[in-house]
Design a binder for this molecule. Sequence first.
Ligand code: NDP
Length: 330
Amino acid sequence: GRSWHLASRPHGTPVPENFALREEPVRAPGEGEVLVRNTHLSVDPYMRGRMNDQKSYVPPFALDQPMDGAAIGEVVASEAEGLVPGDLVVHNLGWREYATLPARYSGPVPRDTSRPSVYLGVLGMPGFTAWVGLREIAGLREGDAVFVSGAAGAVGSTAGQLARLMGASRVVGSAGSAAKVELLTTEYGFDAAFDYRAAPVREQLPEAAPDGIDVYFDNVGGDHLEAALTAMRTHGRIVLCGMIAQYNATEPPPGPNNLGLMVGKRLRAQGMIVTDHEASRPEFQKQVTAWVESGELRYRETVVEGLENTPEALLGVLRGDNTGKMIVRL
Ligand code: NDP
């Protein structure tokens, strides 16, 4: 089976030479293991960080070793109780065609699901991130005004809609194109949205949220965070979820120049890593599955075809080629 290896570490934006597609022997499953043929791979912004040799909450990809990440696949051979060929599972050995892994490192995907890839998106890690951020980090309350950046992406589109479903009074979003902005206000029910590439965020945010914001869900950092600090109301809460504006940076980005506002406004900003919140996952699954099934929570996917295009799909996420969750279909 073929798998993607990290061939070299990028400086700034990754280039094709950083990745190498190599043939590896497929190992038969041992006791308690399954062999899975991957059908859908996830590419996520955090993978860019793993291409660097740096200490973080998740170890870097090793050079000349298979890369990994979330994936969905079909069990083709099983030495594990409870799993039989034909079952679908979600697991963490993506970036490859075949994966052999202990069954206990996989999760079930309902066999009757019409769209297994939702378990990599709205009902998977990104959806859970949005839910945890609002519920457990922001402590979203009825009547809060919420601003979400990266709002047309996997986490952001879910966060904006969940905020509304959880009782926000006003939901505002930013994204990187006119088409994405249109989607926010039509399909996802944002009250206002703007294209951050069209004019400075510090000019557009006050127009979209004239009475200020109580909760800022930050996927971007940089100019977005700075503008949000100015727009925050007293006792506002900021979810520091991601800072995608700087993932390809070669120089340390300038910090927000208005952090002092946090004092007078008594703001609270908290970083989060979704994997710390596993205990809440069943509640998320139950609540958000119901909202997806009722049609109250909508989602989109951008699908790239073929294992050979996985690096390009990751670059696409970092550029904004995707609307909703970026998926690679094998
Ligand atoms: P998305 O589906 O949102 O894809 C990333 C999007 O980021 C792109 O589509 C692009 O949209 C936008 N983007 C890229 N560069 C910039 C930029 N310079 N300024 C503003 N926007 C930019 O990805 P995810 O939903 O998977 O992730 C969203 C964020 O959440 C990321 O920061 C990620 O690291 C973070 N995250 C954090 C987790 C945690 O546990 N803390 C877990 C999961 C995700 P556009 O066209 O609008 O520019």
